[in-house]
Unconditional design. Structure first.
Length: 349
């Protein structure tokens, strides 16, 4: 006898595959279903809020998708190799700019880091790129502008570059003092396809539409980014609607509002475990700010959460030795707090 439930193609395997591939959509549907059972009116309101929010951000979504697809089709991510040549101070500055401003392929970041360190690129420049990269890119800038406004988007961009420069400078000083040698764990390779961008960078083809293969790559990337943003923003706007409905504004104001250091420090610490996704976090922070959250605390949350989110932290832990990982976390939190504080002072000036 055979038990089909134990077969690799049985219902259990199908359910695991469905959850693995579509868990964000399933989570949104499950949340909406539970709300519909408990409060049908709120479910209708949340559905309408989500649809309207997606419609309002549609122009920024389209532009963001176009930027990401253009970067992939032209090969603009190959420009990253130029950030890691020259004097250490120059490398730190260029690496921070590359991490904060360049539309770099997310699948190649971690292998590239391994390649950079294995090939002897100073940890200071690598850390500058590593800290800045999760916080901001052109697509994120466009969506941040649409959700939180241009001033917040500019502040987040400056925070990304500033965090990279700060982290790179600290690591440079520590390295000159004799610490942080041999940062990679044993057995880490040279970066595979990500390292190839450094070893043999390919020329950028700005007129990508003239080549069928690059046109196809543009289409594939546009579709992938569209599906990625759609699922995360749908979940985020749904959660925002529930947050606005069930969390009193007075509670948010009392905990995360005000002008002291406390809300910014709390926003920094809360960002570590509560961060979902760079794009999904934007509507949530927008909702909190609308309820009284201090903008500086919101920026600290986004910066700290972006750099120390679970996927990013796991990747860092897998690549580098514990002392480098601890330094990465310390630089992330202190830099996020400083960025939030500076933005707060700017906001009240």
């Amino acid at each position: 006898m055979t038990d089909t439930s134990l077969s690799p193609t049985g219902p259990a395997a199908w359910a695991r595959t469905l959850w693995r591939d579509h868990r964000v959509w399933l989570a949104s549907a499950l949340i909406l279903a539970v709300v519909a059972l408990l409060d049908p009116a709120q479910a209708r309101d949340s559905l309408g809020f989500t649809a309207q929010s997606l419609l309002n951000t549609a122009p920024f979504l389209i532009l963001s998708i176009g930027v990401a697809a253009w970067a992939t089709a032209t090969g603009a991510d190959n420009l990253i190799a130029r950030a890691f040549t020259g004097a250490p101070v120059v490398m730190i500055g260029l690496a921070a700019l590359a991490g904060g401003l360049s539309p770099f392929c997310s699948c190649g970041v971690i292998p590239l880091i391994a390649a950079l360190l294995a090939m002897g690129v100073p940890l200071s420049a690598v850390m500058a790129f590593w800290l800045a990269s999760p916080v901001m890119d052109p697509s994120m800038f466009v969506l941040t502008t649409g959700v939180l406004g241009l001033e917040f988007a500019l502040a987040k961009t400056l925070a990304a570059v500033g965090l990279g420069v700060f982290g790179g400078a600290v690591v440079h000083v520590m390295s000159r003092a004799g610490g942080l040698s041999d940062p990679l764990r044993e057995g880490i390779g040279n970066g595979g396809c990500g390292g190839a961008k450094l070893r043999a960078p390919k020329p950028v083809v700005w007129r990508f539409w003239q080549e069928p293969e690059r046109r196809a790559k543009f289409g594939r990337e546009a579709l992938n980014v569209t599906l990625f943003l759609a699922k995360w923003l749908t979940l985020a706007f749904l959660l925002e609607s529930l947050m606005l409905a069930f969390i009193p504004a007075e509670t948010v104001t009392s905990v995360l509002g005000g002008s002291g250091l406390g809300p910014i420090a709390l926003g920094t610490l809360v960002g570590v475990p509560a961060y979902l996704n760079g794009y999904a976090a934007l509507p949530l922070v927008g909702g909190l700010i609308a309820q009284g959250m201090a903008p500086g605390a919101g920026l600290a949350f986004l910066v700290a959460g972006g750099v120390t989110s679970l996927p990013a932290a796991i990747a860092v832990w897998a690549l580098v030795k514990p002392r480098v990982f601890a330094l990465y976390i310390a630089l992330s939190l202190s830099g996020a707090f400083a960025a939030g504080l500076l933005f707060h002072l700017w906001s009240i000036a």
